[in-house]
Ligand binder design. Structure first.
Ligand SMILES: *[C@@H]1O[C@H](CO)[C@@H](O)[C@H](O)[C@H]1NC(C)=O
Ligand SMILES: *[C@@H]1O[C@H](CO)[C@@H](O)[C@H](O)[C@H]1NC(C)=O
Ligand SMILES: *[C@@H]1O[C@H](CO)[C@@H](O)[C@H](O)[C@H]1NC(C)=O
Length: 241
């Protein structure tokens, strides 16, 4: 009896420490990032005729490039390709799969530590599913936030998203110059728990999580010119030029 209970205690201690170790490197948040093609193309000198928010990525809050031997293979997401081309286009090279390959290696291989995302098909189809579920384009339009030559206040835009989804997004802008007096709306991040329920995004990156995710991590020049919008500056939401 006594031996048995000692064994049980040891066993449960061993199991829980193994659990702690395996959970240590596990992400705890997913960030679904949308970008506005006109703003992206202002920075990157591309041409886009897309006037809806497209996917940039689905990023776990911990880890990048988690498995370099897990190669991107577009055959595994063949059935998703029509939607990928529409919802997650490579704005720089529209006919290439390079953007998806990049996002898979950098973020997907880390997201794949969770059973729910442990294949390319699961990862990309979940990103598309969340994107369609959120339907950010319709929500903004419904509440009269549309691309326009007139400016919005930051809180008008943030308010619509907060009120509709009931969580805080992270909204990023391009700041053309220090004294321009206006910032250009560029990127909207919506965050999820590991069970894909909505979650507040931090308003400000701290030094801690800067190392793990966010635009600081996405420094391949895709979106590297974005920073958190200034709450007191007007926002330009550019229509197609
Ligand atoms: C955008 O441009 C592409 C290539 O030039 C064209 O195939 C597509 O139909 C255009 N889309 C819209 C919405 O105009
Ligand atoms: C990395 O990916 C390869 C190919 O899918 C897989 O065989 C291997 O188990 C993965 N390694 C880790 C540490 O997950
Ligand atoms: C890519 O995936 C397809 C479908 O799963 C598979 O048949 C093929 O062998 C894979 N190609 C490579 C290079 O792994």
């Amino acid at each position: 009896m006594r031996l048995c209970s000692v064994l049980l205690v040891c066993l449960s201690a061993a199991v829980s420490s193994a659990f702690v170790i395996s959970q240590q490197h596990m992400w705890t948040k997913l960030i679904l990032t949308h970008h506005w093609p006109s703003t992206f193309c202002t920075m990157e000198k591309c041409h886009s005729n897309i006037s809806y928010w497209t996917l940039h990525g689905l990023w776990p809050d911990k880890g990048v490039d988690c498995n370099s031997s897990w190669h991107f293979n577009s055959s595994e997401i063949e059935d998703l390709l029509p939607d990928m081309k529409k919802s997650w286009p490579d704005l720089l090279h529209p006919s290439s799969t390079g953007f998806w390959k990049y996002e898979w290696h950098k973020h997907g291989t880390c997201a794949a530590k969770a059973d729910s995302l442990d294949s390319q098909h699961k990862y990309f189809s979940k990103a598309l599913e969340l994107y369609h579920k959120l339907d950010l384009n319709s929500v903004l339009e419904k509440f009269h936030i549309t691309p326009s030559e007139k400016y919005y206040t930051f809180s008008q835009i943030e308010g619509v998203i907060e009120n509709f989804y009931g969580i805080k997004p992270k909204i990023q802008c391009v700041h053309p110059s220090k004294n321009a007096g206006v910032q250009i709306l560029g990127q909207i991040e919506i965050c999820f728990n590991p069970d894909f329920t909505l979650l507040d995004c931090e308003k400000q990156l701290t030094n801690d999580n800067k190392a793990g995710w966010g635009n600081a991590m996405d420094v391949d020049n895709r979106g590297s010119g974005f920073s958190v919008c200034d709450h007191d500056m007007e926002v330009y939401y550019p229509p197609l030029s």
